[in-house]
Design a protein around this ligand. Sequence first.
Ligand SMILES: Cc1cc2nc3c(=O)[nH]c(=O)nc-3n(C[C@H](O)[C@H](O)[C@H](O)COP(=O)(O)OP(=O)(O)OC[C@H]3O[C@@H](n4cnc5c(N)ncnc54)[C@H](O)[C@@H]3O)c2cc1C
Length: 406
Amino acid sequence: MDRVGASLLPARASPASRYDVVIVGAGAAGLMCAIEAGKRGRRVMVLDHADKAGKKILISGGGRCNFTNLGAEPDCYQSQNKAFCYSALSRYTPSDFVALVENHHIAYHEKKLGQLFCDGASSQIVAMLLREVTAAKTVVRLQCTVATIRRSDGFLLETTLGDVAADSLVMATGGLSIPKMGATGLAHAVARQFGLKVTATRPALVPFTFQGKTLELCQRLAGVSIPCTASCNGAGFTENLLLTHRGVSGPAMLQCSSYWRERQHVQVDLLPGLDLLAHLKKEQAARPKANLSSVLSALLPRRFVEVMCETSLPNKPMAQLSLAELCAVTKAIKEWTLLPAGTEGYRTAEVTLGGVDTTGLSSKTMEALHVPGLFFIGEAVDVTGPLGGYNFQWAWASGYCAGQYV
Ligand SMILES: Cc1cc2nc3c(=O)[nH]c(=O)nc-3n(C[C@H](O)[C@H](O)[C@H](O)COP(=O)(O)OP(=O)(O)OC[C@H]3O[C@@H](n4cnc5c(N)ncnc54)[C@H](O)[C@@H]3O)c2cc1C
């Protein structure tokens, strides 16, 4: 008999186990909520269908978990109801999480732009949360699938570990990104079941894909990374872009993907802060015999310049370039316009944009306004941060707040 099978109870063979609080989802938000509720003396059970708690924490930040961002202000987040996240983010701040990390003697550093990473492995953050969960005397049950949830003197969950009853039910099952890792739309389905709305969802912080000539270019340049300013739909990001076999990725592009919509362009300045036309004119006067490619190779990766010169730029000695050609080169590099065919979708997206509509939730407690005892936290909710530790901060903050009221 396998591990799940060994724990299977015949449906309703025994009375439901009763808890004050059942949290579905042992990820960042669910574990934080469990810790806080447990500290208040609530009897808490956390259920998860995965074989490990905090799987996304383990793979986050390239294995070092970018656990928060020092600049995680409410204005940084996307939501149909921008004011919703203010309360939680101001009551549980990046410094609060940093204090927890320091209490557990986990070494960390700021990589850039306020992004805090573990010096060691992401598993330190999961281990820290599980130590806190144990100290708060809460129970975590893994490999447990929820079949049905209904109202019955609180909530009754039919699960593969038997029936479980609770006064408060917290949905912390995250978003739809990376189904292979166990992401499901359970929180959204439960929201709809209880009459809450769910805003339109889409993959975000996700690489762009291309077709035709741009795809060929990306494939030829796979592995090349270039600092740039990329903008889309009014949002701009100065970070690196990375060409890949499928299209473009890297922080600048991942950030843009959260704002991009089908058939829109992404505009890329490959030399932000440089007046390229003035620079080219100066080089023309100083090095008339130098080819355009050698002038540009001093500013951009050589492989990128070679391919661009071969496919679209006039690679002649500088003296032979007309003003119109210099302007065209400047435009090609400072206003490189990309038309993505799409994105890699939930298969690789770091987050889900949209989720449980916040107009149906209390911003103070995360409780459904018209369903007492039902709470939604973390990525399942329509609050999405940019790349750089913001999404974990929302998970910690929303989990912390719900934990005070469940
Ligand atoms: C590759 C990658 C890297 C990332 N890196 C970072 C980073 O460095 N910094 C950052 O801030 N954010 C990062 N993120 C985003 C971050 O991981 C999420 O925003 C965050 O984990 C959301 O927390 P959550 O608790 O709401 O959901 P999750 O962490 O996704 O937890 C949800 C839990 O619910 C469980 N679950 C789902 N469906 C069911 C079901 N039907 N029944 C039972 N259990 C279920 C899952 O197994 C999971 O354990 C990254 C995401 C990815 C995919």
